[in-house]
Design a protein around this ligand. Structure first.
Ligand code: UDP
Length: 192
């Protein structure tokens, strides 16, 4: 829920990212209060789709590239942690509706797809859709890796009538098609 004010480790390896976002929200609301700036604060959850950078190390791009190359699929931890993946077109649609909402609703508002999958389920789906012969391999879980991340999007639905429409399988097919082209043309920065 957007009313949850968070519980962030300020000194962990990912803290500058988390705290950076919190600080940005603070500054936006200060500018709004002090200068009347018209603002929108959206909280984006895990998003994927064509044109992701192949080497940014996120789970969807990693798994697809590994599968297309028949290389081991790198599961961090036991792979039972969950994430909720939103296809990029849905996210953009959510942003447009949020930006253009008639009531001047500023947020913060969660933008993401509430469908929840374990990382292992994602790996199996990618293997299935690519027909890859890759095997699963287990690596250590990064520090501060959340066990679950799933947006409650009731507020977005209520305020500007948005919810995602593209199911994971469908979005993954489009994303796989994009990475197939990239790998075929020999992307030289595919390594995570
Ligand atoms: N992950 C994984 N293998 C990878 C990359 C990521 O198992 O090759 C896991 C990671 O530990 C996390 C989840 O997948 O639990 C999502 O990771 P990502 O970096 O995409 O997003 P975030 O951690 O920011 O939610």
């Amino acid at each position: 829920m957007e009313s949850y004010t968070g519980n962030v480790n300020p000194i962990g390896p990912r803290s500058c990212y988390d705290e950076g976002k919190r600080c940005a929200e603070t500054l936006y609301f200060d500018y709004h209060r002090k200068h009347g700036l018209d603002i929108r604060v959206g909280r984006i959850f895990n998003t994927y789709g064509p044109r992701m950078h192949p080497a940014d190390g996120r789970v969807v791009s990693n798994f697809i590239i590994q599968a297309l190359r028949n290389e081991p699929i790198t599961l961090y931890g036991d792979g039972l942690q969950t994430r909720s993946f939103c296809f990029v077109d849905d996210l953009v649609d959510g942003f447009l509706k949020f930006m253009n909402n008639d009531h001047g609703f500023q947020g913060p508002v969660n933008l993401g797809n509430p469908g929840e999958f374990t990382v292992k389920e994602l790996a199996e789906t990618v293997l299935d859709l690519t027909g890859s012969s890759s095997k699963l391999t287990y690596l250590p879980l990064p520090v501060d890796d959340p066990q679950k991340r799933r947006p409650d999007i009731s507020l977005a639905k209520e305020k500007f009538g948005w919810e995602p429409k593209i199911a994971l399988q469908e979005g993954l097919k489009k994303t796989i098609a994009y990475f197939e082209e990239l790998v075929r043309h020999g992307c030289d920065r595919c390594e995570p």
